[in-house]
Design a protein around this ligand. Structure first.
Ligand SMILES: [Zn+2]
Ligand SMILES: [Zn+2]
Length: 246
């Protein structure tokens, strides 16, 4: 039986330097419940250290967590990676950490990168330069995400900065993206017109929330059997009745 799932697949936690400190996994899950979201993608910049806690606090709620990361490619373009479980996201994290540009996070400029537990207590401050780019090209990043069983989605393609189109002017031919994401600043109809040359790609809307109040500001409604990557992949391909409803 297929059901509707309201999904916001791009949400940052307090681990992202630009994420509000109130964005703890616990607070995010509570906010997602309040907004009636069935699926959320937890995607911090170049890290997945708050994923396990997010999954833990969401268990027993109606919110399903997809373990994600927003990878910054060598081209300085953002890419949302989504997985079913923390293991794959943490495997990606190992690869990303090994390919992060050197340097330490300057908390006075970029903000704190807070790893928390399920009680909202600070466990660690990540010192890596998570806001920076990796040395992984877009091609390579997509290849790695797919090899780990994940979805690779171009972040906020309507944004001038840190999007594939903003950085390169185009979406390179042959880049095997699973979908394109538009930010809350653009609606689907505008996007379909503006990006008509990319109509072969499925289009999703996400909040890219860095603040609690922005969670669910934009979302995508899917018709799926369950909240799994394989089901979303089918919806992207309009397979077996799975599809994007709005
Ligand atoms: Zn981004
Ligand atoms: Zn983001």
């Amino acid at each position: 039986m297929l059901k509707e799932f309201k999904a916001d697949l791009h949400i940052h936690t307090c681990l992202s330097p630009c994420g509000d400190l109130k964005m703890s996994p616990k607070a995010i899950v509570e906010e997602a419940e309040k907004k009636g979201l069935d699926i959320i993608g937890v995607c911090d910049h170049n890290s997945a250290e708050n994923i396990k806690v997010a999954i833990k606090v969401a268990s027993g709620t109606k919110v399903n967590i997809l373990a994600g990361m927003e990878v910054t490619s060598a081209e300085e373009a953002h890419l949302v990676a989504l997985f079913d479980g923390p293991e794959q996201a943490l495997e990606l994290q190992d690869i990303v950490y090994a390919n992060l540009l050197p340097g330490e996070n300057d908390e006075s400029i970029f903000g704190y990168q807070v790893v928390v537990n399920e009680l909202d207590e600070v466990e660690d401050l990540n010192k890596r330069l998570l806001i920076g780019a990796t040395t992984l090209t877009l091609d390579k990043s997509v290849e790695i995400i797919h090899s780990l069983g994940g979805l690779a989605i171009a972040s906020h393609i309507d944004k001038e900065s840190f999007s594939i189109i903003g950085q390169l002017g185009v979406i390179p031919e042959g880049l095997e993206l699973d979908a394109l994401e538009i930010s809350p600043h653009m609606n689907r109809e505008e996007a379909k017109t503006k990006f008509s040359q990319y109509s072969d790609y499925p289009l999703i809307s996400s909040s890219d929330a860095h603040f609690l109040e922005d969670i669910g500001k934009k979302s995508t409604v899917f018709l799926l059997k369950e909240a799994k990557i394989g089901e979303i992949r089918k919806a992207f391909g309009n397979v077996e009745g799975r599809r994007i409803l709005s």
